[in-house]
Design a protein around this ligand. Sequence first.
Ligand SMILES: Cc1cc2nc3c(=O)[nH]c(=O)nc-3n(C[C@H](O)[C@H](O)[C@H](O)COP(=O)(O)OP(=O)(O)OC[C@H]3O[C@@H](n4cnc5c(N)ncnc54)[C@H](O)[C@@H]3O)c2cc1C
Length: 304
Amino acid sequence: MQIWDIAIVGGGTAGMTAAIYGARAGKKVVVMEELICGGQIVNASEVENYPGIKSISGAEFAASLYEQAAAAGASFDFRSVSGIEEQDGVKKLLTDGEPVLARTVILATGARNRPLGLEREEALTGKGVSYCATCDGAFYRGKVTAVQGGGNTALDDALVLSGLCQQVYLIHRRDEFRGERSQLTQVEARPNITILRSHTVSALLGEERLSGIRIRDLKDDTERELPVDGLFVAIGQMPQNERFHNLIELDRSGYIVAGEDCKTSCAGVFAAGDCRTKTVRQLSTAAGDGAVAALAALDFLSRS
Ligand SMILES: Cc1cc2nc3c(=O)[nH]c(=O)nc-3n(C[C@H](O)[C@H](O)[C@H](O)COP(=O)(O)OP(=O)(O)OC[C@H]3O[C@@H](n4cnc5c(N)ncnc54)[C@H](O)[C@@H]3O)c2cc1C
């Protein structure tokens, strides 16, 4: 059975960057992807903050990543990896069929934004519903937006948006915020942020684009409509690493414990992009990790 030099789990920005570096170094590289290549960014209508590219749709960005990795010589295997085992120094990636064997593995499984679970949320994503103020805030300059959430990300999103938008509603289902006190103090001091405690978004309004939201007051169970141009959902992310827990250390939130060197608790297994412990989850940081992880894998191969 073929033993790959580098098997990459996840064909998002981190995984594809690692594939480009690994394949260009002359190694046998396979990218395992359970959906389509490109990862989360496929759902972005426009990307304006990736250096060197002024503006591009998420789908175009994803297609060009795939073309570049394929042209560099990477192979693709469109299957889900359900686990990882180690056998005589070789890593075995489990699938629903034949396992994939590799001398090194780069986990680049990303993360999914936790959705609100409202009707038509997916259809309106990129059309008024967003999960990233750093990514999409600039599209709402001078407009009215809302943020749902109570942690640091929600507070941070509200601050980012208040610098761009005419009015920002910060909606939180509890009375107390989980985010840092200092951030909350800043939010409370911004005249264009209205905090709605004990409220939740109960419905998304609008046909082609979001035109408003319905909010519920959780204390008296009444509802009202709020016209907004954008809703930023900041209720957490869901990493997808539980299946690797037997071999790889995860933090309490399920992210792979790995620093800037992308090394995990298992020798020869590296983690890149949104799936690892880090503070900034963006395309540029995912690409940076992909390069670092591939070079670390090459170094591991040269020593073993
Ligand atoms: C709507 C939206 C808009 C965004 N806009 C921007 C922006 O404008 N600018 C910016 O910098 N960032 C933006 N981001 C964030 C950016 O997309 C992420 O930071 C980036 O995609 C992370 O790349 P990644 O490769 O680490 O993970 P991902 O892109 O999440 O890719 C992970 C891949 O791994 C696959 N996978 C997971 N588990 C398995 C498994 N077990 N087996 C096989 N395959 C698996 C997934 O299917 C996925 O394709 C946006 C995110 C979203 C959701």
